[in-house]
Design a protein around this ligand. Structure first.
Ligand SMILES: Cc1ncc(COP(=O)(O)O)c(C=O)c1O
Length: 404
């Protein structure tokens, strides 16, 4: 047995303390279960901040990574490689007709999207450079993305903010309409806000935003870093939206991270081809972006999700959980709201739990998350078994019932 205390002490010594790490060393994972260095087992209902969409150490992903690692590990993007193209073909089939730029994280994908929106805004002598985002949004931690993120706490100490980013209230169409001017290049929004508390918009809002962008020549960016790849019961959460003409609401650019790599570092900017084509050689890049091993895994994730019907499964498991939480009489006085879609769930409590809430859940053997002070987030792997999902929900319910 490793000496957990010694690992924790070394961790404090050698790792920068920018994460509020719990005093637990995770040692092994399989499916929706994790084991710590002392052998304690947990049901993982947060899946590495949504990254492990197919759980831990999925055998088919291990095989895809291993086979690719033995064939071709990395080459520069001065060459074509088939895993990138095969994965992009899957995106084209399940999202909308587009073209990919690959990077490593959600923040980088959003950076690329905002750069592209500006590039488009500068076409033909244009002067569009501002990006509008929404209050309570989260778009990443780079300098530009903390300026885009709709929560000033993320900018504190890092001022002055990168110019050109403006925030308005999410869901308030009049405010957004008023904020758009002749310098607006793009609007970026999460189809469902994740870090901000699993927040949704009025049903007609996305269609109005799309129409506004069309009217004013503004690039619409959907940040699907949290919501993408089947989690919400659609391949991409914007596919829940209904357009003003009764069809769908399709963005000009969609960004992906987290689940798209199944836990490996993959970020994607997916753009309509007529916009994507503006990124000509020299305008943008990423040395390791589209790494063949990561791409082979991403391609396989899409294949497994499609073959096993996991998009529909996410929707069904989400509905099951909502029903269970609603039926639980012991929670009636504690839950203010249930939000989200599929397996992106937010349980808003009537008041913030005492400090140590996540630790108390872990002590009961379940990994969950708390955001926006009092929103409990569940985002398990979408291939979690019925038994593990129910057992995990039992532990969540017991944790909530035990709260004062
Ligand atoms: C909606 C959204 N966009 C972007 C990001 C940033 O992703 P990353 O941490 O991979 O840079 C996150 C991370 O939580 C996110 O939730």
């Amino acid at each position: 047995m490793p000496d957990t205390q010694a690992i924790l002490e070394d961790g404090k010594k050698y790792l920068i303390g920018n994460y509020a790490r719990l005093p637990i060393v995770m040692a092994r994972g399989e499916g929706s279960r994790l084991w710590d260095s002392d052998g304690k087992e947990y049901l993982d209902l947060f899946a590495g901040f949504g990254g492990c969409i197919l759980g831990h150490c999925h055998p088919e992903l291990i095989r895809a990574a291993t086979e690719q690692a033995q064939r071709l590990w990395h080459v520069g993007n001065t060459f074509y490689t088939t895993p990138q193209i095969e994965f992009a073909e899957g995106l084209n089939r399940h999202a909308f007709a587009g073209q990919a730029f690959f990077c490593h994280s959600g923040a980088e994908a959003n950076e690329a999207a905002c750069k592209l929106a500006r590039l488009r805004g500068h076409q033909d002598g244009g002067k569009k450079w501002k990006i509008i985002s929404l209050h309570k949004s989260f778009h990443g931690r780079t300098l530009a993305m903390i300026a885009a993120t709709g929560n000033p706490a993320y900018r504190a100490g890092f001022e002055p903010a990168v110019p050109g980013f403006i925030q308005v209230e999410g869901g308030d169409f009049a405010a957004l309409d008023a904020a758009v001017d002749d310098e607006t290049a793009g609007i970026i929004m999460e189809p469902i806000q994740g870090e901000g508390g699993v927040n949704q918009y009025p049903t007609d809002y996305p269609a109005k935003v799309r129409d506004l962008c069309d009217r004013r020549g503004v690039t619409l960016i959907f940040d699907e870093v949290w919501t993408g790849c089947g989690r919400t019961g659609r391949w991409f959460a914007h596919q829940h939206f209904v357009g003003s003409g009764g069809g769908g609401v399709t963005p000009d650019i969609m960004t992906l991270g987290k689940a798209v790599g199944g836990g490996l570092p993959v970020g994607v900017m997916w753009a309509r081809p007529e916009i994507g084509k503006l990124l000509v050689p020299g305008t943008h890049g990423c040395t390791l972006g589209g790494n063949p091993i990561c791409m082979a895994v991403a391609r396989t994730i899409f294949e497994v999700i499609e073959r096993d019907g996991l998009v529909a499964r996410a929707e069904a498991l989400g509905r099951h959980a909502v029903a269970r939480l609603r039926e639980e009489t012991r929670l009636k006085a504690k839950i203010a709201d249930l939000r989200g879609a599929g397996l992106m769930m937010g349980i808003e409590l009537k008041s913030a739990p005492q400090a140590g809430f996540v630790e108390r859940a872990l002590a009961k053997g379940v990994a969950i998350n708390l955001t926006a002070k009092q929103v409990v987030r569940l985002a398990p792997p979408i291939n979690i078994s019925n038994e593990d999902w129910d057992a995990g929900l039992d532990r969540v319910i017991e944790t909530l019932v035990a709260e004062q």
